[in-house]
Design a protein around this ligand. Structure first.
Ligand SMILES: Nc1ncnc2c1ncn2[C@@H]1O[C@H](COP(=O)(O)OP(=O)(O)O)[C@@H](O)[C@H]1O
Ligand SMILES: [Mg+2]
Length: 321
């Protein structure tokens, strides 16, 4: 079966030539229809840039696509014109961003911003747009939806703004949603409500979701498969159960061991020592070796590869568990 979304050998750098520093190195991933796939990894590992690459929204000129394919329903999005891409973006592929405050325009009402999405992709009349907007806000459980249409973003709480963002993403019934840490900016209770909402929408519409998060609790609850990224590379991939029960990459194991114990949120076990390496000083060989307890000289000298197997399990490590 063909994947709905497939990223093949994606390389993104600070510039487009081989001499520029690579930020994303040979990323391969796929998302099947109706699947919820998580990308996890510490901050700075390249998760957001991966999503932005898929959307064709890389921050230019700071970052450039060097090479690779981004196939949506078999079509390579990197080959499309901006106009063709605009037809797909928002309609087939929608994104929920990390910071709802910075992605909602502060000077337009919620109603204006929702209407903008409809105007881009449909020929709905004004009254039709209003009706649909209220339906959407109701669906994402925004209270007093009709009133909220004339509110400005600053008049809503963080949780409500994130619901509005989800409503905007859902507006044109996208086939796939990329959610970049959709709950990070919210407090714990609201986070749980947003995750429940995403789960419901996923079940109701059989939606395909690529979810970026550093919260492994969220992953366990909502996702089918996990892609682990470290320092701009995919280091492990597999089904959620397999990864949780038998993490093979020492980095994955480290992440799992860092999950706070339920009921004792302050007791984090075995936090991985050290930090994600800086772009300008990528370690030789395996990029994780300076932080890895299992590292040998071989890990320092040569770079382990990774092969994606469909539905299988893959790991980029010389000494997997
Ligand atoms: N606009 C940018 N220009 C240059 N470097 C960037 C830019 N955005 C992100 N980076 C760098 O790319 C790397 C990956 O960033 P990002 O994708 O935001 O990570 P994550 O989402 O996993 O926290 C980081 O090293 C970050 O410093
Ligand atoms: Mg990010």
């Amino acid at each position: 079966m063909e994947a709905l979304l497939e990223v093949k050998n994606l390389n993104v750098g600070t510039g487009a030539s081989e001499d520029d520093i690579k930020i994303l190195n040979d990323i391969n991933l796929y998302v099947n229809r109706n699947e919820t796939v998580a990308i996890v990894g510490e901050s700075g590992c390249g998760k957001s840039l991966t999503a932005l690459s898929i959307m064709g929204l890389l921050p230019i000129p700071a970052t450039k696509l060097i090479s690779g394919e981004i196939k949506y329903e078999g079509k390579d999005l990197t080959k499309l014109s901006e106009k063709e891409l605009n037809r797909i973006r928002g309609k087939d592929i929608a994104m929920i961003f990390q910071e709802p405050m910075s992605s909602l325009n502060p000077s337009f009402t919620i109603g204006n911003q929702l209407a903008e999405v409809f105007k881009c992709h449909t020929r709905f009349s004004k009254s039709e747009i209003k009706k649909r907007s209220i339906e959407l806000l109701t669906k994402v459980r925004v209270s007093d939806p009709e009133e909220k249409l004339s509110a400005y973003p600053y008049q809503l709480s963080g949780g409500m703004r994130q619901r509005v963002m989800i409503a905007m993403a859902l507006a044109c019934n996208p086939k796939i949603i990329l959610a970049d840490e959709p709950t990070t900016a919210l407090d714990v209770t609201i986070q749980a409500q947003i995750i429940d909402l995403l789960k419901e929408l996923q079940q109701e519409f059989g939606m395909t979701i690529l979810m970026i998060t550093h919260d492994l609790g969220v992953v366990a609850e909502t996702c089918d498969r996990i892609i682990v990224m470290y320092a701009g590379e995919v280091v492990e991939e597999g089904r959620v159960k397999e990864i949780f029960h038998h993490p093979r990459h020492p980095y994955t194991k480290g992440l799992l061991d860092s999950i706070p114990i339920i009921g004792k949120p302050l007791e984090r076990l075995n936090l991985i020592k050290g930090n994600v390496p800086d772009l300008n000083s990528m370690p030789s060989g395996c990029r994780f070796h300076p932080r890895c307890e299992l590292a040998t000289n071989h890990c320092k000298d040569s770079k382990p590869g990774i092969e994606l197997t469909s539905g299988g399990r893959s790991v980029r490590c010389w000494h997997p568990h």
